[in-house]
Design a protein around this ligand. Structure first.
Ligand SMILES: Nc1ncnc2c1ncn2[C@@H]1O[C@H](COP(=O)(O)OP(=O)(O)O)[C@@H](O)[C@H]1O
Ligand SMILES: O=C(CO)[C@H](O)[C@H](O)COP(=O)(O)O
Length: 565
C-alpha cells in the first residue's frame, strides 16, 4: 500500500499542500486472474489507498483452471479492510466490484460445489481461460444459431454456455443435479455483498448470450441441450438483470459489512467484468491539450486495451457493428447507450511470463534483477537498451519472429486450435538471447493488436487512439511497441490502477453522486502520459507484420499437410 500516510485518523484526507478534502469516497474491488486489488478513490478519481492480495489457482490437468469463491471473497475482505483503515468509513458512499468472467457454481443453499472429478468443493470456479469444453463449443458452433452472430460468428470456449454443457455432461451427479446457482464471478461478488441475485447486464450479454433488447433466447438453450434453464425460467442463471452501476437492493448487508470493514447499507453497484471496468476507467478521459487525433472527436474513435494475463480490446459504436471473430456487438454492456465490440488475446501477460520464466537464462536474470532491486521486466528492458547499440531497440528482432497464440486465438481468427510459433532460434541460451526472445514476444502481442484493429476498422470502426491499462501497461517497452506497431498514440491514465477507477466509478454511480456513468467517467478518469509512435521505424514494422501474417498462413498449411493422406 502506498500513500496511506496521506490519510488522517478520524476522517478526511490530507491533500498535498495541506488542504483537507472533506469528500465522498468510493471503494473499488478488482478481481483479476492472479490477484484481488482494492482502492479507496475520491470523486476526482484519485486513488488514496491501494492494497492487493494473491488468490489461489489450481490446474489439476492441462486446460483445466479452477479457483475458489471462498478464497476470492476472503481476499476481497482483506484488501478492502486495508484500504479503509484509518478513515471515517461514513464518508464511503459506494462500493463497486469487477472481476474476470469465470463461472462460479453454488448449490441450492449457496454452498460451493466441485467443478472437478476429484469432488473438491473448494474448487467451485471454472476460470475464464479454462479450455476443457472444446468438444462442447464445437457442437454449439455447429448449430449456427443466430445468437452466435453477437459473439463474432463463433462462440469462444471461454464463454459460459460450453462450460455449463461440460458440467452437465461430465459431472451430472456431483455438480449439475445439485446446482442451484451459476454466477459469473462479478455477479457472485455483488450477491455476496448484498444478497441480491440479480445479474449485471454486462456479464449476461457478454458471456451468456443474453440480449439487452430481447432477453434470453429459449431456442438456443434447447438446441444445445441445456433446456433445463428454460424450464426453470432461467432462475439458476439469472432472470433479473440490471445495468452496470445500478444500485443493488438495500446495499451492503450487515454480514458483508462486517466482513469488509464497511458500514452496512452503503450503495453497492451492479458490477462489470474486469476488462469492461478498465474500459470505463480510461475511455472517457478529457484529452484536451495532448495533441491527440481523438480530441474533439466522438469517443468511438478511442480503443481501450486492458492488458493483464490476457488483453481485451474494447471499441464502442453508436450503431451495432458486426466484426467477424470479434465479440459483440453488445448493447450497453460497458457504456450505457453504446454498442461494444470486444477483441481479445487469451494470453499476453501470461505468455510473456511463460517465455521469460521457461528460458534457460531465467535463474541468472532473476538473480541479477534482484541484486538491482528491479523487476525482471525492468532489468530486461535496460538490458535490451545496452545491447541495441545505435539502432532502435525493436530492430533487434530482424530475424526472430513469434506467433503469440500459445492458448489459441480469441480474435480476430477465433480459432482455438492455433498454437504458438517461434522462428529464428539459435544454439545460444544466454541473457541476450532471453532478452531478444522477450522483445519478439512483446512485439508479437502488439502485432496481434494491429490485426484486431484492422478487422475492427474493416467492419466500420474508425479508431485513432489507444488507451492502455492493466499490469502490462506498467511496462514501457510493451507500451512503446503498441504505439510503434499500430502507428497510433497510446494514452496512459494518471492512475496506473485504472481498472480500480472503473470499479469505483460503478460505486459512485450506485451512490447517486453522479447522474450517469458518462458523467462519472468524465470526472473520474484522467490522462497521465501519452506515448507517440516512432513513425521513422514504420517500414521495419510493416515488414515484420508481413512475416507475422505469413506465420499463421504457414501454420494452417502445416496442419493441412498433416491432415492429408
Ligand atoms: N511492473 C510490471 N512491469 C512489467 N510487467 C508487469 C508489471 N506488473 C505486472 N506485469 C505484467 O502484467 C501481468 C499481470 O497483469 P495484471 O493486470 O495484474 O493481471 P490480472 O488482472 O490478470 O491479474 C503479468 O503477467 C506481467 O506480465
Ligand atoms: O474475457 C475476459 C473479459 O471479457 C476476461 O475476464 C479476461 O480476459 C481476464 O482478464 P485478465 O486478463 O485481466 O485477468
Amino acid at each position: 500500500m502506498w500513500f496511506l500516510s496521506l490519510i488522517m485518523a478520524g476522517g478526511g484526507i490530507m491533500m498535498p499542500g495541506g488542504d483537507q478534502e472533506p469528500g465522498s469516497y468510493y471503494v473499488g474491488v478488482d478481481v483479476g486472474t492472479g490477484s484481488v486489488r482494492a482502492a479507496l478513490v475520491d470523486q476526482r478519481g484519485i486513488l488514496l489507498a491501494f492494497a492487493d492480495q494473491p488468490i489461489k489457482r489450481w490446474e489439476p490437468q492441462f486446460n483445466h483452471h479452477e479457483q475458489s469463491s471462498e478464497d476470492i471473497w476472503a481476499a476481497c475482505c482483506v484488501v478492502t479492510k486495508k484500504v479503509v483503515q484509518g478513515i471515517d468509513v461514513n464518508q464511503i458512499r459506494g462500493l463497486g466490484f469487477d472481476a474476470t468472467c469465470s463461472l462460479v457454481v453454488l448449490d441450492k443453499q449457496f454452498r460451493p460445489l466441485p467443478v472437478n472429478h476429484e469432488g473438491d468443493s473448494r474448487r467451485n470456479i471454472i476460470m475464464w481461460l479454462d479450455h476443457r469444453a472444446i468438444t462442447q463449443v464445437h457442437r454449439i458452433n455447429e448449430t449456427k444459431h443466430s445468437v452466435l452472430q453477437c459473439v463474432g460468428g463463433v462462440m469462444s470456449v471461454e464463454m459460459q454456455a460450453p462450460k455449463l454443457l461440460w458440467l452437465k455432461e461430465n459431472l451430472r451427479e456431483t455438480c449439475w443435479d445439485k446446482a442451484g446457482h451459476f454466477f459469473d464471478l462479478p455477479d457472485f461478488l455483488s450477491w455476496k455483498a448484498t444478497g441480491v441475485t440479480a445479474r449485471s447486464l454486462c456479464s449476461l450479454v457478454c458471456k451468456w448470450t443474453y440480449s439487452a433488447e430481447k432477453g434470453w433466447d429459449d431456442s438456443f438453450w434447447k438446441m444445445i441441450g441445456l433446456e433445463d434453464f428454460v424450464a426453470d425460467n432461467y432462475r439458476k442463471i439469472g432472470n433479473q438483470v440490471l445495468p452496470p452501476g445500478a444500485s443493488l437492493g438495500n446495499g451492503l448487508t450487515p454480514e458483508a459489512a462486517k466482513d469488509l470493514g464497511l458500514p452496512a447499507g452503503i450503495a453497492v453497484a451492479a458490477p462489470l467484468i474486469d476488462a469492461h471496468a478498465g474500459g470505463l476507467g480510461v475511455i472517457g478521459a478529457d484529452v484536451r491539450g495532448h495533441g491527440l487525433a481523438c480530441e474533439g472527436q466522438p469517443v468511438t474513435s478511442r480503443l481501450a486495451i486492458i492488458c493483464g494475463t490476457s488483453s481485451c480490446h474494447m471499441g464502442i459504436s453508436k450503431d451495432p457493428i458486426f466484426v467477424p471473430g470479434v465479440w459483440g456487438p453488445y448493447f450497453s454492456a460497458m457504456i450505457p447507450g453504446f454498442w461494444l465490440n470486444e477483441g481479445g488475446q487469451s494470453v499476453t501477460g501470461k505468455l510473456i511470463d511463460h517465455m521469460v520464466q521457461g528460458h534457460a537464462a531465467f535463474p541468472e536474470l532473476k538473480a541479477k534483477a534482484a541484486a538491482r532491486c528491479q523487476s525482471v521486466y525492468a532489468y530486461l528492458n535496460s538490458h535490451l537498451d545496452l545491447i541495441k547499440k545505435a539502432q532502435p531497440v525493436g530492430f533487434l528482432t530482424v530475424d526472430l519472429h513469434v506467433w503469440p497464440d500459445f492458448h489459441g486465438n480469441r480474435s480476430p481468427l477465433a480459432d482455438l486450435t492455433l498454437k504458438g510459433m517461434v522462428t529464428g532460434l539459435k544454439l545460444s541460451q544466454d541473457l541476450d538471447d532471453l532478452a531478444i526472445l522477450y522483445l519478439a514476444t512483446v512485439q508479437a502481442i502488439a502485432f496481434g493488436t494491429r490485426l484486431i484493429i484492422e478487422a475492427m476498422e474493416a467492419a466500420g470502426h474508425s479508431i485513432s487512439t489507444l488507451f492502455l491499462c492493466g499490469g502490462l501497461s506498467k511496462n514501457p517497452l510493451f507500451v512503446q511497441m503498441h504505439a510503434d506497431i499500430t502507428g497510433m498514440p497510446v494514452v496512459l491514465s494518471q492512475e496506473v490502477e485504472s481498472v480500480l477507477v472503473g470499479a469505483a466509478i460503478l460505486g459512485a454511480c450506485a451512490s447517486g453522486d453522479f447522474t450517469s456513468v458518462q458523467e462519472a467517467m468524465a470526472r473520474m478518469s484522467k490522462v497521465g502520459k501519452v506515448v507517440f509512435p516512432r513513425l521513422e521505424d514504420k517500414r521495419y514494422y510493416d515488414k515484420k507484420y508481413q512475416v507475422f501474417l505469413k506465420l499463421v498462413e504457414h501454420q494452417k498449411e502445416y496442419a493441412a499437410i498433416m491432415k492429408g493422406d
